[in-house]
Design a protein around this ligand. Structure first.
Ligand code: GUN
Length: 306
C-alpha cells in the first residue's frame, strides 16, 4: 500500500514508566494515610535463567516503587509440600499483600495446587480460580498482569472500546482467556481464535482490535490485518540473529507473534517487540500489589489510569 500512513507505535515502555510513577506516588499516600506499605513476595523454585532474571527485576522494581519486597529462592529439588508451606507462611504475613510464585515449576510440583493455595486476595498474578471466576462474572478481583496491561494500552490508544470487533489469538489461562473477559467487559464483540481455528487470516481480518498471544514468531502477517486496526503483540520469541555470522555464533534477537514491518504498513497502531506489552507486565504487577494493599487496609485504591 504505497499511500498508507504508517501505524502509530504504541510506546508500552513509556506508558509502563508513567504507571510505575503513579503507583509509587499512590503507595506513598497510602502509607501516609494508613501506615500500610505495599509488600510483594516473589517465590522462585530452581535455577531457570529467564525466571531468575524476571524475579530479580520484580524485586528491584518493587523496591524502587517504595514497596516492601521479599524474594524466596528455593532449590530445584523442593517438594510440593515445602513450597505449600512457604505459601502458607506468606498468606499469613501481614507485611505481604501480593504473592507471586514464578512459573514454570519443576515437574515434581503441581502448579494448580500451588496457585490454589495462594490467598486469592494476595494473588497479584490473578491466576487463582477465584480471581478467574470473579473476572468471568464481572466481579472485583485481581486480574492477570499481561492482559490488564494490554487493556490499559488499548484504552489509552482508543478511548471507548464499546462495540469494536476484537479478535484474541491464543486461549491460555494467563493471557488469552482473561483478555477475552476484559474485552467483553468493555463491550467489545470478541472472537477467540486458536490453533484449530479454520481460516485464521480471515478471522483476524475482521478485527478492529487484534491481540496476538500464541508464542509463534511472526505468525500474524500484514495481510491478516484490517487497515487501521490496533494490533497488540504479546509474543516474546527468541529467534536466530538476522546476520548469518552472528546467528552462527548463537546470537539471537527477540520478535513478537506479529510480523512487525508488514503489520505496521497496514495497522492504525501497533505495539513493538520489545518495548510494547513486555514492560507493562511488571508495572501492572506493582499496580495489583498496591490495589491488594489498599483492600487489606480497607481503603479505596486511587485510579491509576493515565
Ligand atoms: N512466568 C512467566 N510469566 C509469568 C507471570 O506473569 N507470572 C508468573 N508467576 N510466572 C510467570
Amino acid at each position: 500500500m504505497s499511500d498508507s500512513v504508517p501505524a502509530r507505535i504504541i510506546d508500552g515502555k513509556a506508558f509502563a514508566s508513567g504507571l510505575v510513577d503513579r503507583v509509587a506516588a499512590a503507595a506513598e499516600r497510602l502509607r501516609g494515610k494508613t501506615g500500610v506499605r505495599p509488600g510483594l513476595a516473589a517465590v522462585i523454585v530452581g535455577d531457570d535463567p529467564a525466571s531468575r532474571i524476571y524475579v530479580k527485576s520484580k524485586g528491584e522494581r518493587a523496591e524502587a516503587a517504595g514497596f516492601h519486597s521479599e524474594t524466596v529462592r528455593l532449590p530445584e529439588e523442593t517438594t510440593q509440600a515445602e513450597l505449600l508451606a512457604v505459601v502458607e507462611r506468606l498468606n499469613g504475613d501481614r507485611a505481604i499483600h501480593g504473592i507471586l510464585v514464578q512459573l514454570p515449576l519443576p515437574p515434581q510440583i503441581g502448579a494448580d495446587a500451588v496457585l490454589a493455595a495462594i490467598d486469592p486476595d494476595k494473588d497479584v498474578d490473578g491466576f487463582h480460580v477465584v480471581n478467574a471466576g470473579r473476572l468471568a462474572t464481572g466481579g472485583r478481583g485481581l486480574v492477570p498482569c499481561t492482559p490488564l496491561g494490554c487493556l490499559m494500552l488499548l484504552k489509552h490508544e482508543l478511548g471507548d472500546l464499546s462495540g469494536l470487533e476484537a479478535v484474541v489469538v491464543g486461549r491460555s489461562n494467563i493471557v488469552g482467556k482473561p483478555m477475552v473477559q476484559l474485552l467483553l467487559g468493555e463491550s467489545c464483540t470478541v472472537t477467540v481464535a486458536h490453533s484449530r481455528t479454520r481460516d485464521l487470516p480471515e478471522v483476524c481480518r475482521r478485527a478492529d482490535i487484534l491481540v496476538a498471544a500464541v508464542g509463534r514468531p511472526e505468525m500474524v502477517r500484514g495481510d491478516w490485518i484490517k487497515p487501521g486496526a490496533t494490533v497488540i503483540d504479546v509474543g516474546i520469541n527468541r529467534v536466530p540473529s538476522k546476520e548469518p555470522a552472528r546467528a552462527a555464533e548463537g546470537k539471537t534477537r527477540v520478535v513478537g507473534d506479529v510480523a512487525f514491518d508488514e503489520a505496521a504498513a497496514v495497522a492504525g497502531a501497533i505495539t513493538p517487540v520489545p518495548g510494547g506489552v513486555g514492560p507493562m507486565t511488571i508495572a501492572v504487577l506493582l499496580a495489583n500489589t498496591y490495589a491488594a494493599a489498599c483492600a487489606a487496609a480497607g481503603v479505596e485504591a486511587e485510579p491509576l489510569d493515565a
